[in-house]
Ligand binder design. Structure first.
Ligand SMILES: [Zn+2]
Ligand SMILES: [Zn+2]
Length: 419
């Protein structure tokens, strides 16, 4: 077992039998333990021996009764038997699953585990190794030998849990992660799959049986070809923030990590998947720089607080010089934004202070004008333009002294590379 932590036998052998150890041996002599369980009573004493080998060395003086076979052991009741059956079960559980690394776990009758601790205290051993850790290690060695896969206690493709009480192996497949940036061209889809508010996903008349508020999402459009290849059971989408449903996400796109749950296939070709998303989600979603990621990417994406640039088409009319004057005053000034009513159901109601870093008036047309601006993470752009009934102060509408409304909003850049 590589990276296997405690109990991994490094050579050379170091097992000096001293008086203290012999006292433990003597106290344990009539407990009816098999060689594995007897050796395990001092399993953390010395190095380089398996537990049965420890038992053998301790029996050398000839002072111990013969060890019973493990099937009649007073402690494990045959738990350390039938390794090939367990490996068979593992191979069956893993049938059809792609994996190259694994770890082992096990479930024992709690009575046996309690009995084991009682034995340690009875014989006065401070070196006892638990049946669970010994079983996991020994099973792992045998799975490695049979399959050629790599075992260990660290993160692995699959985790096998042997349930000794029912004689069954459960397999847990760890997720895989794909990272990239998405461009959203469609103003009608949310970023993530949105379960129906009425039925919470079960399907009802409101959602026409789909269980969803929207027919699709950025998440689902990206996930569909990936799920088909990986045979995953579902996804979790982690975006570096998100835009409103009716906002487009343009420019170089927004960083995201897609977590594929229980993938039966883990080897993917990101370039081919990206091309397939391009084909199947054409005109709605595009993906750039799709690559195999890791669990750590999720935190990186979730914790980033980059500033963003927007293009806003504002409905309203004002002379060009008045607009420019108002914009000049808005830049780099503290804007107090009380949580907008539209997001109050998911955000606590408080006042946040944000800044607009830069803003340009790029077009003035009859009845509307267009701005491009860059703002700190978390700035509510629509509210800054419209004022949100006085909840955002100062606002552009207030500065211009007339009502304004946002006709459309696009995110044109996420400035995550500059952090
Ligand atoms: Zn035993
Ligand atoms: Zn529904």
């Amino acid at each position: 077992m590589k990276g296997g932590g405690e109990g991994v036998p490094p050579s050379p052998v170091d097992f000096a039998i001293d008086a203290e150890l012999l006292k433990v041996v003597d106290h344990g002599r009539d407990l009816g333990l098999c060689a594995e369980c007897f050796g395990r009573v001092v399993g953390r004493y010395g190095h380089g021996l398996t537990n049965p080998e420890r038992a053998e060395r301790l029996a050398v003086p000839g002072s111990l009764p013969p060890f019973p076979p493990t099937a009649t052991c007073a402690l494990c009741r045959g738990g350390f038997d039938r390794w090939s059956t367990w490996v068979d079960r593992i191979e069956r559980a893993a049938d059809g699953i792609e994996w190259s690394t694994f770890s082992c776990g096990c479930r024992w009758d709690p009575e046996i585990l309690a009995h084991e601790e009682l034995i340690w205290s009875k014989v006065g051993s401070q070196w006892g190794e638990s049946a669970r850790s010994a079983f996991n290690r020994e099973l792992g060695k045998r799975v490695e030998a049979r399959t050629g896969k790599i075992g260990g206690s660290g993160p692995a493709d699959v985790v096998f849990v042997a349930d000794l009480m029912v004689g069954r192996v459960e397999v847990t497949i760890r997720p895989i992660y794909l990272s990239g940036r998405y461009v959203k061209l469609d103003r009608t889809i949310p970023q993530t799959r949105w379960p129906c508010r009425s039925c919470h996903g079960r399907g009802c008349t409101r959602c026409e049986g789909t269980g969803k508020m929207y027919p699709t999402s950025v998440e689902e459009l990206i996930a569909a070809p990936i799920l088909a290849v990986t045979e995953g059971r579902g996804t979790r989408f982690h975006g570096m923030g998100r835009e409103d449903i009716d906002a487009r996400m343009l420019g170089d796109g927004r960083p995201f990590v897609l977590e594929i749950l229980t993938p039966r296939r883990r080897t993917v070709d990101p370039a081919a998947l990206q091309a397939e998303i391009q084909r199947t989600a054409e005109g709605r979603v595009e993906v750039r720089g799709l690559a195999v990621g890791a669990a750590a990417d999720v935190a990186r994406v979730k914790e980033a607080r980059p500033s963003k640039s927007y293009r806003v088409v504002v409905r309203g009319e004002a002379p060009r010089d008045k607009i420019n004057e108002a914009l000049k005053l808005a830049v780099d000034r503290a804007i107090a934004q009380r949580t907008p009513t539209r997001v109050a159901h998911r955000r606590s109601d408080r006042v946040r202070t944000r800044r607009i870093v830069a803003v340009d008036l790029v077009a003035v047309d009859p009845g509307r004008f267009t701005l491009e601006l860059r703002a700190e993470a978390g700035t509510y752009i629509k509210e800054w333009v419209e004022g949100d009934g006085g909840r955002t102060e100062p606002s552009l509408a207030h500065s211009l002294g007339r009502p304004l409304s946002v006709e459309s909003l696009d995110v044109i850049a996420i400035h995550d590379a500059e952090m």
